[in-house]
Design a protein around this ligand. Structure first.
Ligand code: 0O2
Length: 229
């Protein structure tokens, strides 16, 4: 995920590349750019909620469940690519309906239990509507990818009234994020040249990381129960 503060230059380059998508798609891209601020506002709402939860825990439990939060809005080029990949219509309305991660927030937690706690506390807030939960921790992807994905809708208050905006929230541990970041980079470098051996090796690393996450959780629980920490 890119930072939400990415420079306008990124967009400029993105728009240049968009020329390859033809006039119709370019028109839709221009339409998206005029509504992008709604998605930026939605991620800001979620980030604030997460920061508030983390602060509350810091004072009441002396523990920060959240290690890091990042947010980004998908660039028009990536939206157009995803619409094409999934065989959807190249329109702004289709993007809004079918692309659930135009607005994305990634929550990195120290421990597995923390990420489930944060997910429960966030989705139980009265203005958050949980649309879909995909648990790639209980059911990892075949390549070993693990994260908890939530598709939620949050109201954004515009001058014309409230607008419900979808946001994809990815919750993972530091260890899961380490694997996903490196795998993402390797997958991009290798594209269709990824061999069976590399795939197996990556899956193996993911499983080792998952086992380590479980051990760290047990260690943390034992330290807390013993009253040592
Ligand atoms: P980026 O650059 O991270 O935004 P669906 O929701 O079913 O219509 P979608 O959106 O493909 O289809 O769902 P999925 O598979 O849950 O993936 C959503 C995002 O999860 C991806 O966004 C990645 O960020 C992350 N992700 C999913 N699978 C993997 C994986 O195998 N490895 C890594 N590193 N990340 C993964 P984007 O749009 O692909 O990219």
């Amino acid at each position: 995920m890119d930072s939400i503060n990415r420079s306008r230059e990124t967009y400029f380059l993105d728009k240049l590349l968009d020329q390859t998508f033809g006039e119709e798609a370019s028109e839709q891209i221009r339409a998206f750019l005029s509504t992008e601020h709604i998605y930026v506002s939605a991620t800001r709402e979620i980030v604030t909620k997460l920061e508030n939860l983390n602060d509350e825990f810091k004072y009441s439990q002396h523990h920060n469940p959240i290690h890091q939060v990042t947010a980004r809005v998908k660039t028009p080029r990536r939206i157009v690519e995803k619409l094409a990949r999934k065989g959807h219509e190249m329109t702004l309305a289709s993007a809004r309906q079918n692309i659930h991660d135009i607005a994305g927030v990634r929550v990195i937690c120290s421990y597995v239990d923390d990420l489930y706690l944060v997910a429960t506390l966030l989705t139980s807030q009265s203005d958050i509507e949980l649309i879909r939960e995909i648990d790639y921790i209980k059911n990892p992807k075949p390549n070993g990818y693990r994260s908890l994905h939530l598709i939620i809708a949050v109201p954004v208050f515009m001058s014309s009234g409230p607008e419900s905006v979808k946001v994809e929230i990815q919750l993972r541990t530091i260890a899961m994020d380490f694997w996903a970041s490196l795998e993402h980079e390797l997958a991009y470098r290798l594209a269709d040249k990824q061999t069976e051996q590399i795939t197996r090796e990556l899956k193996d690393c993911a499983d080792v990381i998952s086992a380590t996450d479980m051990r760290m959780q047990k260690l943390y629980n034992a330290v807390i129960q013993s009253g040592l920490g």
